[in-house]
Design a protein around this ligand. Sequence first.
Ligand SMILES: [Zn+2]
Length: 324
Amino acid sequence: MLADFDLARPGKTFHDLGPITGPLDGVAGDVLCSINNGQGPSVLLFGGVHGDEYEAQIALRRLAERIRPEDVTGRILIAPSINFPASETGKRLSPFDGQNMNRVFPGNPQGTPTEKLAAFATGSLFPAVDLLIDVHAGGRDVSVVPMVFGFTTPASKVDETALTDLMEAWGYRFVQHVKGIRETACGAAEAADLASIEVEGGGGRMKSSELRIMEEGLMRALSAYGVLKPALEPARFRGVHVTAGPEGQYVAARAGLVEHLVGLGDEVDAQTVVALLHPTAGADPKPEAIRSPMPGYVLRQTEHVHVTRGQLIGNVGTPRTASA
Ligand SMILES: [Zn+2]
């Protein structure tokens, strides 16, 4: 046991995550908020698995402050910056061990700070809830359309139909379907028969419009799940289910300067020129045209102008066929 928190204490409690890692030079622990009000659904929300994904962390910190225990039925646990050593130092990865938290799950209670935080989530927080919502954002490197994707198992309390309804309740335009990765938070949840949803959106400079979309999506989802009294009009799903795999990525064949010709969420055909890659030097200014690898929608774009060979420029998700 890494820390002995009373996650069932009635009402709202802010716990200190500091003891999980132990002292870290110059970094104080962040909070874990538990809100309990009787029997009902239970959910764990965390942000900041990647420390530079700040929209998620701001939205969750606001939710932890504004949700009143009397508006809750059941249990809500919120850790706005679960990987606080990275967040507080402005980094995607922890400066204390250089690890990517979303590749160290289920973690190790005797390991590095990042492994300890992952082990705490898996060992102490997952067993206390029936649903994980892991909120990400684009971070420093990419911008991402607002979208959600999720996972269930035959034994998870939230089943596949309920999960789909819940993902549509976000009111986002895109519900993504991807193959899970075992070492992620969602992967560890799957191994523990815990249903999970990962949220994406924003990145680069912080825009208030993207913050609002993230916060409102979470509130709609919590209400649809039945754990929070509705405060917003439910959104009717008018979006699209897409699949997104490595085949939808377009990368730089050589170092160059990226000019995007399409916007996030734009519909593209196979062969649509989505970006130009300009040379960084030389007498010939002619750029190379980069085409969409498949028809679909632009989900992600690099925030960098200068890219190196093999670096991601963007990716496309393709609408899911009925049989998929
Ligand atoms: Zn992330």
